[in-house]
Design a protein around this ligand. Structure first.
Ligand code: F6R
Length: 240
Protein backbone atom coordinates (compact mmCIF):
# COMPACT_ATOMS: atom_id res chain seq x y z
CA UNK A 1 0.00 0.00 0.00
CA UNK A 2 1.43 3.39 -1.00
CA UNK A 3 0.21 6.55 0.69
CA UNK A 4 0.39 10.13 -0.60
CA UNK A 5 -0.65 12.98 1.65
CA UNK A 6 -1.92 16.31 0.25
CA UNK A 7 -2.46 19.52 2.14
CA UNK A 8 -6.16 19.69 1.33
CA UNK A 9 -9.13 18.06 -0.38
CA UNK A 10 -8.72 20.03 -3.59
CA UNK A 11 -5.11 18.97 -4.12
CA UNK A 12 -5.99 15.36 -3.30
CA UNK A 13 -8.82 15.45 -5.85
CA UNK A 14 -6.61 16.99 -8.56
CA UNK A 15 -3.97 14.31 -7.97
CA UNK A 16 -6.63 11.60 -8.26
CA UNK A 17 -7.92 13.12 -11.50
CA UNK A 18 -4.36 13.15 -12.94
CA UNK A 19 -4.09 9.42 -12.28
CA UNK A 20 -7.44 8.68 -13.90
CA UNK A 21 -6.52 10.94 -16.80
CA UNK A 22 -3.30 8.96 -17.32
CA UNK A 23 -5.25 5.71 -17.19
CA UNK A 24 -7.81 6.92 -19.76
CA UNK A 25 -5.21 8.40 -22.13
CA UNK A 26 -3.06 5.26 -21.98
CA UNK A 27 -6.01 2.92 -22.40
CA UNK A 28 -9.09 4.69 -23.79
CA UNK A 29 -11.20 1.52 -23.54
CA UNK A 30 -10.28 0.90 -19.88
CA UNK A 31 -12.81 -0.45 -17.38
CA UNK A 32 -13.06 1.78 -14.32
CA UNK A 33 -14.70 0.86 -11.02
CA UNK A 34 -16.35 3.94 -9.52
CA UNK A 35 -17.61 5.05 -6.12
CA UNK A 36 -20.18 7.60 -5.01
CA UNK A 37 -20.37 9.65 -1.79
CA UNK A 38 -18.86 13.03 -0.96
CA UNK A 39 -15.26 11.98 -1.35
CA UNK A 40 -14.99 11.60 -5.16
CA UNK A 41 -17.00 14.72 -6.05
CA UNK A 42 -13.85 16.85 -6.53
CA UNK A 43 -12.34 14.13 -8.70
CA UNK A 44 -15.45 13.93 -10.90
CA UNK A 45 -15.59 17.72 -11.25
CA UNK A 46 -12.01 17.77 -12.47
CA UNK A 47 -12.69 14.92 -14.92
CA UNK A 48 -15.54 17.03 -16.33
CA UNK A 49 -13.13 19.94 -16.79
CA UNK A 50 -10.54 17.70 -18.44
CA UNK A 51 -13.22 16.59 -20.92
CA UNK A 52 -14.39 20.14 -21.66
CA UNK A 53 -11.03 21.89 -21.73
CA UNK A 54 -8.38 19.27 -22.44
CA UNK A 55 -10.04 16.81 -24.80
CA UNK A 56 -10.03 13.88 -22.44
CA UNK A 57 -12.11 11.32 -24.30
CA UNK A 58 -14.49 9.07 -22.35
CA UNK A 59 -16.26 7.58 -25.36
CA UNK A 60 -14.63 4.15 -25.20
CA UNK A 61 -14.63 3.75 -21.43
CA UNK A 62 -16.70 1.28 -19.43
CA UNK A 63 -17.55 2.01 -15.80
CA UNK A 64 -18.90 -0.24 -13.08
CA UNK A 65 -20.16 1.26 -9.84
CA UNK A 66 -19.80 -0.32 -6.44
CA UNK A 67 -23.29 -0.04 -5.06
CA UNK A 68 -26.87 1.20 -5.05
CA UNK A 69 -29.74 1.50 -2.58
CA UNK A 70 -32.50 -1.11 -2.74
CA UNK A 71 -35.75 0.53 -3.86
CA UNK A 72 -34.29 3.67 -5.45
CA UNK A 73 -34.41 4.20 -9.20
CA UNK A 74 -32.39 6.50 -11.50
CA UNK A 75 -34.81 9.41 -10.99
CA UNK A 76 -34.52 9.41 -7.20
CA UNK A 77 -32.05 12.14 -6.11
CA UNK A 78 -30.74 9.83 -3.37
CA UNK A 79 -29.90 6.99 -5.74
CA UNK A 80 -26.34 6.34 -6.73
CA UNK A 81 -27.34 6.13 -10.41
CA UNK A 82 -28.73 9.67 -10.11
CA UNK A 83 -25.54 10.79 -8.36
CA UNK A 84 -23.31 9.33 -11.09
CA UNK A 85 -25.45 10.81 -13.86
CA UNK A 86 -25.27 14.26 -12.27
CA UNK A 87 -21.68 14.27 -11.08
CA UNK A 88 -19.94 12.55 -13.97
CA UNK A 89 -21.81 10.83 -16.78
CA UNK A 90 -23.71 13.94 -17.93
CA UNK A 91 -20.48 15.98 -17.74
CA UNK A 92 -18.43 13.90 -20.18
CA UNK A 93 -18.89 12.06 -23.50
CA UNK A 94 -19.25 8.61 -22.00
CA UNK A 95 -21.55 6.09 -23.72
CA UNK A 96 -24.38 5.75 -21.18
CA UNK A 97 -24.88 2.09 -22.14
CA UNK A 98 -21.34 1.38 -20.96
CA UNK A 99 -22.00 2.66 -17.44
CA UNK A 100 -23.13 0.03 -14.96
CA UNK A 101 -24.74 0.63 -11.57
CA UNK A 102 -26.70 -2.12 -9.78
CA UNK A 103 -30.44 -1.78 -10.42
CA UNK A 104 -32.04 -0.62 -7.17
CA UNK A 105 -35.48 -1.41 -8.59
CA UNK A 106 -34.72 -5.03 -9.52
CA UNK A 107 -37.64 -7.35 -8.64
CA UNK A 108 -35.22 -9.82 -7.16
CA UNK A 109 -32.26 -8.03 -5.53
CA UNK A 110 -30.42 -11.32 -4.83
CA UNK A 111 -30.63 -12.29 -8.48
CA UNK A 112 -29.54 -8.78 -9.51
CA UNK A 113 -26.38 -9.21 -7.47
CA UNK A 114 -25.66 -12.70 -8.80
CA UNK A 115 -25.84 -11.13 -12.27
CA UNK A 116 -23.62 -8.24 -11.12
CA UNK A 117 -21.02 -10.74 -9.89
CA UNK A 118 -20.99 -12.28 -13.38
CA UNK A 119 -20.77 -8.83 -14.98
CA UNK A 120 -17.74 -7.98 -12.83
CA UNK A 121 -16.11 -11.27 -13.86
CA UNK A 122 -16.78 -10.41 -17.49
CA UNK A 123 -15.41 -6.85 -17.20
CA UNK A 124 -12.27 -6.95 -15.04
CA UNK A 125 -11.47 -3.47 -13.85
CA UNK A 126 -8.20 -1.74 -14.70
CA UNK A 127 -8.64 0.65 -11.82
CA UNK A 128 -11.05 0.82 -8.91
CA UNK A 129 -11.81 4.11 -7.13
CA UNK A 130 -12.79 3.68 -3.48
CA UNK A 131 -13.83 5.77 -0.52
CA UNK A 132 -13.96 4.58 3.09
CA UNK A 133 -16.74 4.84 5.66
CA UNK A 134 -16.11 6.13 9.19
CA UNK A 135 -16.42 2.54 10.40
CA UNK A 136 -13.97 1.21 7.79
CA UNK A 137 -16.53 -0.02 5.26
CA UNK A 138 -15.79 -0.11 1.55
CA UNK A 139 -18.67 -0.21 -0.94
CA UNK A 140 -21.46 -1.38 1.40
CA UNK A 141 -19.32 -4.16 2.90
CA UNK A 142 -20.05 -3.37 6.53
CA UNK A 143 -17.98 -4.36 9.58
CA UNK A 144 -18.96 -7.92 10.52
CA UNK A 145 -17.61 -11.25 11.78
CA UNK A 146 -16.61 -12.29 8.27
CA UNK A 147 -15.89 -10.51 5.00
CA UNK A 148 -18.78 -10.10 2.55
CA UNK A 149 -17.10 -12.03 -0.26
CA UNK A 150 -19.53 -11.77 -3.17
CA UNK A 151 -21.85 -9.16 -4.66
CA UNK A 152 -24.71 -9.13 -2.19
CA UNK A 153 -27.68 -7.40 -0.61
CA UNK A 154 -26.39 -5.60 2.49
CA UNK A 155 -28.32 -4.66 5.61
CA UNK A 156 -26.96 -1.23 6.45
CA UNK A 157 -25.70 -0.48 9.93
CA UNK A 158 -27.28 2.39 11.82
CA UNK A 159 -23.97 4.26 11.68
CA UNK A 160 -23.94 4.05 7.87
CA UNK A 161 -27.55 5.19 7.62
CA UNK A 162 -26.75 8.10 9.95
CA UNK A 163 -23.65 9.03 7.93
CA UNK A 164 -25.58 8.95 4.63
CA UNK A 165 -28.68 10.80 5.75
CA UNK A 166 -27.20 14.05 4.46
CA UNK A 167 -28.17 12.93 0.96
CA UNK A 168 -31.85 12.56 2.02
CA UNK A 169 -34.48 14.74 3.66
CA UNK A 170 -34.44 12.65 6.83
CA UNK A 171 -32.80 9.57 8.32
CA UNK A 172 -36.06 7.66 7.85
CA UNK A 173 -35.79 8.09 4.08
CA UNK A 174 -32.42 6.32 3.86
CA UNK A 175 -33.06 2.76 2.62
CA UNK A 176 -32.07 0.07 5.10
CA UNK A 177 -30.73 -2.23 2.39
CA UNK A 178 -28.28 -1.77 -0.43
CA UNK A 179 -26.82 -3.70 -3.33
CA UNK A 180 -23.07 -3.96 -3.02
CA UNK A 181 -20.04 -5.37 -4.73
CA UNK A 182 -18.22 -7.79 -2.45
CA UNK A 183 -14.61 -7.96 -1.36
CA UNK A 184 -13.62 -10.50 -3.99
CA UNK A 185 -14.53 -8.24 -6.91
CA UNK A 186 -13.01 -5.18 -5.26
CA UNK A 187 -9.73 -7.05 -4.87
CA UNK A 188 -9.99 -8.27 -8.48
CA UNK A 189 -9.27 -4.77 -9.79
CA UNK A 190 -5.73 -4.46 -11.14
CA UNK A 191 -5.16 -1.16 -9.34
CA UNK A 192 -7.00 0.43 -6.45
CA UNK A 193 -7.14 4.16 -5.79
CA UNK A 194 -8.48 4.91 -2.33
CA UNK A 195 -9.39 8.51 -1.46
CA UNK A 196 -9.70 9.63 2.15
CA UNK A 197 -10.24 13.15 3.42
CA UNK A 198 -11.26 14.98 6.54
CA UNK A 199 -10.77 14.56 10.26
CA UNK A 200 -13.82 12.31 10.57
CA UNK A 201 -11.89 9.65 8.63
CA UNK A 202 -8.68 9.77 10.71
CA UNK A 203 -9.44 6.63 12.74
CA UNK A 204 -10.72 4.65 9.75
CA UNK A 205 -7.63 5.49 7.70
CA UNK A 206 -5.32 4.51 10.56
CA UNK A 207 -7.12 1.20 11.08
CA UNK A 208 -7.04 0.44 7.35
CA UNK A 209 -3.33 1.11 7.00
CA UNK A 210 -1.80 0.08 10.32
CA UNK A 211 -4.35 -2.19 11.98
CA UNK A 212 -4.78 -5.95 11.61
CA UNK A 213 -6.59 -7.33 8.57
CA UNK A 214 -10.02 -7.97 10.01
CA UNK A 215 -13.66 -8.04 8.82
CA UNK A 216 -14.34 -5.57 11.65
CA UNK A 217 -12.55 -3.04 9.41
CA UNK A 218 -13.41 -4.22 5.88
CA UNK A 219 -10.98 -1.76 4.24
CA UNK A 220 -8.08 -3.46 6.05
CA UNK A 221 -8.28 -6.26 3.46
CA UNK A 222 -6.71 -3.82 1.00
CA UNK A 223 -3.39 -4.47 2.76
CA UNK A 224 -3.39 -7.78 0.85
CA UNK A 225 -3.80 -6.21 -2.61
CA UNK A 226 -0.52 -5.71 -4.53
CA UNK A 227 -1.31 -2.28 -6.03
CA UNK A 228 -3.17 0.10 -3.73
CA UNK A 229 -2.52 3.83 -3.75
CA UNK A 230 -4.10 5.84 -0.95
CA UNK A 231 -4.46 9.57 -1.56
CA UNK A 232 -5.45 11.49 1.53
CA UNK A 233 -5.43 14.97 3.00
CA UNK A 234 -3.50 16.06 6.08
CA UNK A 235 -6.59 16.05 8.27
CA UNK A 236 -7.27 12.38 7.61
CA UNK A 237 -3.60 11.44 7.86
CA UNK A 238 -2.84 13.12 11.15
CA UNK A 239 -2.49 9.85 13.09
CA UNK A 240 -0.46 7.94 10.53
C1 F6R B 1 -20.03 4.71 -2.19
C2 F6R B 1 -19.37 3.73 -1.33
C3 F6R B 1 -19.12 4.00 0.11
C4 F6R B 1 -18.41 5.34 0.33
C5 F6R B 1 -18.16 5.58 1.83
C6 F6R B 1 -17.60 6.96 2.07
O1 F6R B 1 -20.21 4.20 -3.50
O2 F6R B 1 -19.06 2.68 -1.80
O3 F6R B 1 -18.36 2.97 0.65
O4 F6R B 1 -17.21 5.36 -0.38
O5 F6R B 1 -19.34 5.43 2.54
O6 F6R B 1 -18.57 7.90 1.74
P1 F6R B 1 -18.25 9.46 1.73
O7 F6R B 1 -17.30 9.69 0.61
O8 F6R B 1 -19.57 10.12 1.46
O9 F6R B 1 -17.67 9.79 3.05
Amino acid sequence: MKIQIYDNYEHMSLAAAKLLEAQIRLKPNAVLGLATGSTPIGLYQELGRLYREENLDFSELTTINLDEYVGLGPDHPGSYRYFMDQQLFSQVNIDYDSTYVPNGLADDPEEEMADYEALCDYLPRDLQVLGIGHDGHIAFCEPDDSFATYCHVAELLDSTIAANKRFFRSKEEVPARALSMGIKQILNAKKILMLVNGEAKTAALKAMVTGPVTPKVPASILQLHPDVLVLCDEAAAKEL
